[in-house]
Design a protein around this ligand. Sequence first.
Ligand SMILES: Nc1ncnc2c1ncn2[C@@H]1O[C@H](COP(=O)(O)OP(=O)(O)OP(=O)(O)O)[C@@H](O)[C@H]1O
Ligand SMILES: [Mg+2]
Length: 365
Amino acid sequence: MYIKEIQLKDFRNYESLSVKFNEKVNLFLGPNAQGKTNLLESLYITSMGKSFRTVKDRDMIRFGTDFFRIKVTAFREEELVVEIAVNREGKKGIKIDGVKAKKLSQLLEHIYMVVFSPEDLRIVKDEPEKRRKFMDRELCQIRPSYYSSLNQYRKTLMQRNAYLKEFQIDETILDIWDSKLSEYGSRIIAQRDAFVKKVNAISQEIHGEITNHKEKLQVVYEPSIRPCENLRDAFYEAMKKNRQSDLKKRTTGRGPHKDDLKLSANGIDIRSFGSQGQQRTAALSLKLSEIKLIQEETGESPILLLDDVLSELDQQRQNYLINSLSDIQTFITTTELSKEVEQCLGNIRSFHIEKGDIIYQEEKM
Ligand SMILES: Nc1ncnc2c1ncn2[C@@H]1O[C@H](COP(=O)(O)OP(=O)(O)OP(=O)(O)O)[C@@H](O)[C@H]1O
Ligand SMILES: [Mg+2]
């Protein structure tokens, strides 16, 4: 799968842009604050329906204008056109091959993307929320039903937490929330459990290669409620058991919103005890396992977006990353590319970006 071209209107600092991409490597080059990451962001939205850096869709509308529009032509067995527009009221419209999508979830199974930014390099040492996000992002792409379970869970959790803050609480109403949470939450836990087992196997292999088999990586799911045969009932029981504590703290203390991933190298928990190098190598292994997992689960190669990440990796890790990219379309942003990396990359199209415009492009074979 690859992106053939993109058209932007009033997206971030781009007033209007129309550009065709290379099937292999595309490089966005230019000084700081010119629009390199903005262009990656616009690509990412056509895959996930939202940004990898802002929460508010409206923030991406060019200052002083009323809406943005992104149109992407991709190729996946046949041509595929995805259009997204957002206006100042925050209303989002999505069209797939000219047909309006009713829900964002309809978008997720069309274009697969994996984004890797400096923030992802910190996934190992950052707070658990980042690791939950990692699981969620991937599962949303490979299991569209996961997205709806997650949404329903979040909505119910918010309602339950709001209710727990009320002055008078009727426990029969809490029972209703608990039963709903158990239904959606148990689905999330079961899917995360299966997902992490696969990620563990793949990333362990990759990690072994990067470290010349000196280190063995282990990725273990740390669920708030342990997966079992009758998970939905077990979930409900756990909610019941925790109720007094929830009533006292006025918030929900258990459930997949408390999950984590444990990462260890040679048996040592590298979340707290890893060196920076170990943490980065593990992050790289996790990212590369995402690509492989999408390939295995969907039969399609995802598109990789590398935002300023090459300069953060040492030469050996850069080489490993680049050598793993042979058959997937990659978009790379950087202020400068080292000669070594450029040589390894092979066929590249470079776009020189200045003030929200491509001032020139060149192709190297
Ligand atoms: N909604 C918006 N409307 C207009 N301009 C915007 C909007 N949002 C962000 N910008 C501008 O986009 C620029 C940042 O672009 P971007 O993040 O793509 O930079 P970059 O080229 O990736 O830089 P760096 O090398 O520092 O990462 C900033 O100058 C910012 O003011
Ligand atoms: Mg940037």
